[in-house]
Write a protein that binds this ligand. Structure first.
Ligand code: PGA
Length: 222
């Protein structure tokens, strides 16, 4: 099966000119690219993703962008429940659940991020997050969701999760869910294959997706 690589640009690059340059250099990879909202309309690309969405279609929600709006722009994927959203923007499993339902309702493919903080029991945390985040979603819809296992302590730290540890969590999730499962957290081109060999269906790449050479190597190495 072809592996899925998703680039999460986060709040980068700082200018549209830089974003266009980066996009033009990586579009040939055909990876999913998730730029900040404001750059989405600049790219005519089949594999576009957003980094977040609101749970309502429209209305008095200053600063929010709805799944319907994203769908209308031609966006295909949306990251939901990234740990940075959970931590810095106080997103809860309850709002993440609402966002998942809204994204599915609009025909987007959600990429649900889950993972433990340092010192926490990974299996316990992911089990708890999955049961709350997926609550009330039909099995048919649930299967459309891509799950990204991203240990919070590994995100942006260079302290990636070992192949064996990641494999343990992957197998734990797979006992209950048939979904596509990605790994994310300090992925670089040297360790890419560890995760695909461990059985992950692909990778969610943050920092390294801003480095053209490195990102192209990640896509080549899976
Ligand atoms: P990182 O980020 O690759 O920079 O650790 C991954 C993510 O936040 O999805």
């Amino acid at each position: 099966m072809k592996k899925l690589i998703i680039a999460n640009w986060k709040c980068n690059p700082k200018t549209l000119a830089e974003a266009k340059r980066l996009f033009n250099n990586v579009k040939k990879t055909k990876a999913v690219i998730c730029p900040p909202f404001v750059y989405l309309t600049e790219f005519n690309y089949k594999f576009l993703g957003a980094q977040n969405c609101h749970w309502e279609e429209s209305g008095p929600y200053t600063g929010e962008v709805s799944p319907k709006m994203l769908k209308d722009l031609g966006v295909k994927y949306v990251i939901i429940g990234h740990s940075e959203r959970r931590t810095y923007f106080y997103e809860t499993d309850e709002t993440i659940n609402k966002k998942l339902k809204a994204a599915l309702g609009a025909g987007l493919i959600p990429v649900l991020c889950i993972g433990e903080k340092k010192g926490e029991d990974a299996n316990l945390v992911v089990e708890n997050q999955l049961s709350h985040d997926l609550n009330g979603i039909s099995e048919k819809d649930r299967d459309k969701i891509i799950i990204a296992y991203e240990p919070v302590w590994a995100i942006g730290t260079g302290d990636f999760c070992s192949k064996n540890k990641a494999k343990e969590v992957l197998e734990f999730i797979k006992r209950k869910f048939n979904n596509k499962i990605l790994y994310g957290g300090s992925v670089n081109s040297k360790i890419t294959r560890d995760y695909t060999e461990a059985g992950f269906d692909g990778l969610l790449v943050g920092g390294a997706s801003l480095d053209v050479k490195e990102f192209i190597n990640i896509v080549k190495n899976v």
